[in-house]
Design a binder for this molecule. Structure first.
Ligand SMILES: [Mn+2]
Length: 229
């Protein structure tokens, strides 16, 4: 079983940057990174998951997951692919409607290649920054105190589901925040501009959508990186 939480030491050489849901738009992501002068020699990119489905380049995900500077957590779309490849019940019509056609049409032998790569992704990451630890999950923290995260994820499917699927905090405008972290960064629910509730940063500004853009959040400053001309 893969690790539920992976911890990263502070990056003393470059920047640590988080990006929202990618959904098969790696060319657009590459352009956003170029505009931010992302330097793969020293910078690191942390993805909140949902790497695949909806966009045209989902099959590139394996190349991205192999990059030494790219670190993703598992999103609900990776979760669906894992279940589908295992033969667990997945509503195929709704899967296709949510962008999963590329996976449904993969040759049978290819499905486990993707599913195994997705199953290796942790549900959470924790990155040390000068001002304290920053957490990353796809949708939400299932615990109010981050120190209880691993225990909770290990014991309860409901906690794992909440980490990958919940929209409750954003929809309820819950500003309680998560103790034990400087900030938590999540995606999953599209927002026009980044939304901060307590110390929880919602950064899926729809880089995969027609009129959206990728927000690149600098984890040291917790500010979006403005594109450079
Ligand atoms: Mn999602």
């Amino acid at each position: 079983m893969s690790a539920l939480l992976v911890r990263h030491e502070a990056n003393r050489l470059g920047r640590d940057i988080a990006v929202g849901d990618i959904h098969g738009h790696f060319t657009r992501l590459r352009a956003a990174l170029d505009r931010a002068r992302f330097d793969p020699a020293v910078d690191r990119l942390f993805s909140v998951g949902d790497l695949v489905d909806r966009g045209p380049e989902s099959e590139q995900v394996l190349d991205w997951l192999a990059l030494p500077w790219f670190h993703a957590v598992r999103g609900n779309h990776e979760d669906i692919a894992i279940r589908y490849a295992k033969g667990n019940p997945v509503d195929q019509t709704s899967y296709i409607a949510n962008g999963g056609a590329w996976f449904v049409t993969q040759p049978l032998a290819r499905r486990p290649v993707y599913a195994e790569a997705f199953a290796r992704l942790p549900l959470a990451r924790e990155i040390e920054t000068p001002a304290g630890p920053v957490g990353i999950v796809h949708a939400d923290s299932p615990v109010r105190d981050w120190s209880r995260l691993v225990w909770s994820l290990r014991l309860w499917r409901a906690a794992r589901d909440r980490a990958m699927w919940s929209r409750d905090r954003l929809q309820g405008e819950n500003a309680d925040g998560v103790a034990g972290l400087r900030a938590l960064v999540v995606g999953h629910t599209p927002v026009e501009d980044p939304v901060v509730l307590g110390n929880v940063h919602h950064i899926d500004t729809g880089g995969w959508m027609q009129d959206g853009r990728f927000t690149l959040l600098d984890l040291a400053t917790l500010q979006a990186i403005p594109p450079m001309g």
